[in-house]
Design a protein around this ligand. Structure first.
Ligand SMILES: Cc1cc2nc3c(=O)[nH]c(=O)nc-3n(C[C@H](O)[C@H](O)[C@H](O)COP(=O)(O)OP(=O)(O)OC[C@H]3O[C@@H](n4cnc5c(N)ncnc54)[C@H](O)[C@@H]3O)c2cc1C
Length: 294
């Protein structure tokens, strides 16, 4: 229930020092305890009475969760507690994963990004998550610590519905890992919001392309936010089949529009969203194509 005068309810603050301790506590208090990183979704939802957890488990101080590491052979590891401003300021992220920095930069405000994390953006499983599309096209892997130890979940099969993921009781995301992008890859994120900052996407389009051994010489992916129960990742096979032209990009934008199943809400109607998917997909793919041709 959302109250007109919300206030943060009472809860116990738990600060474990080891991953084992954290997973055990969360598993022993299933349904009553929640892990949090930046807390930017958690505390709003608690305040509004949407979540009523008795225990909030702060995972920010756990070993390794603040690591931001780049290895030229294996790629980028973003610890679950690394805030978005730190990510955006990273020279390695800007050089090798600029589309992730671009997407993170559209999240809320500078102040909020000093807390918000991409792990939180992913675990929150909102169809509007701004950084999720970049992580999908970059083929992110989610590192998880659970009561049975460590495992890795591909992001592409991580979401089960709005607010729902494959995470189980006791699971803590420790890091998001991004492999080295294909050579020459280019990306673009376009967010349509009601205002320039601080609002969720009405539509978010991530386009990503790279040279590949296809008849067209390239391969493209598009990830779409706020237009389906979870983010949609589309393999734009059409753009691999024959030489790319503006008309073919138009057709690819139609494919994207026909793939989405948006709803009407306070931010926009389903019809508006569909049309914006077509327009912004065309724009994002054209931008990527221009960069690839250079
Ligand atoms: C004013 C405002 C504006 C916003 N604007 C945007 C926006 O423009 N775009 C956007 O995408 N989002 C926006 N958000 C939502 C939010 O800031 C993001 O989703 C953010 O990335 C969440 O990260 P966090 O670390 O704060 O998550 P938290 O609140 O810590 O956690 C979010 C969810 O993930 C789970 N979780 C967090 N960390 C872990 C972990 N390590 N292991 C397991 N589960 C975990 C929590 O249990 C919770 O369910 C906004 C929020 C506010 C309050």
């Amino acid at each position: 229930m959302i109250t007109a005068h919300p206030g943060l309810p009472e809860f116990d603050y738990i600060k474990p020092t080891t991953l084992k301790e954290a997973s055990t506590f969360l598993a022993q208090h299933t349904g009553a305890a929640r892990a949090f990183s930046g807390g930017t979704d958690t505390f709003v939802r608690m305040r509004d009475g949407v979540w009523q957890d008795k225990y909030l488990v702060d995972v920010k101080g756990l070993p390794g969760l603040n690591d931001l590491k780049f290895d030229p052979a294996s790629g980028l590891t973003v610890g679950a507690a690394v805030n978005m401003n730190r990510l955006i300021a990273s020279p390695e992220v800007n050089e090798h994963y600029p589309v992730l920095a671009e997407a993170a930069h559209t999240v809320a405000s500078y102040q909020l990004r000093t807390r918000a994390t991409i792990a939180g953006n992913i675990c929150n499983a909102s169809p509007a998550g701004d950084t999720v599309g970049a992580c999908l096209v970059l083929d992110a892997q989610v590192h998880v610590h659970g009561v049975d130890g460590e495992r890795v979940e591909p992001l592409r099969t991580f979401f089960k519905g709005p607010g729902k993921t494959v995470l189980k009781a006791g699971d803590i995301v420790t890091a998001i890992e991004l492999p080295i992008p294909p050579k020459g890859a280019q990306g673009k994120y376009i967010k349509l919001g009601r205002n320039a900052i601080g609002d969720l996407a009405i539509v978010g389009v991530t386009a990503f392309g790279y040279p590949d051994r296809t008849p067209a010489g390239y391969r493209f992916f598009v990830a779409l936010a706020s237009v389906a129960p979870t983010l949609l990742l589309l393999d734009m096979a059409l753009l691999s089949e024959k030489p790319i032209t503006p008309e073919l990009i138009d057709k690819a934008a139609d494919v994207a529009m026909n793939a989405v199943t948006p709803i009407d809400d306070v931010r926009g109607s389903a019809r508006y969203r569909k049309l914006m998917v077509r327009n912004l997909t065309r724009k994002a793919l054209s931008d990527v194509w221009e960069k690839l041709k250079k």
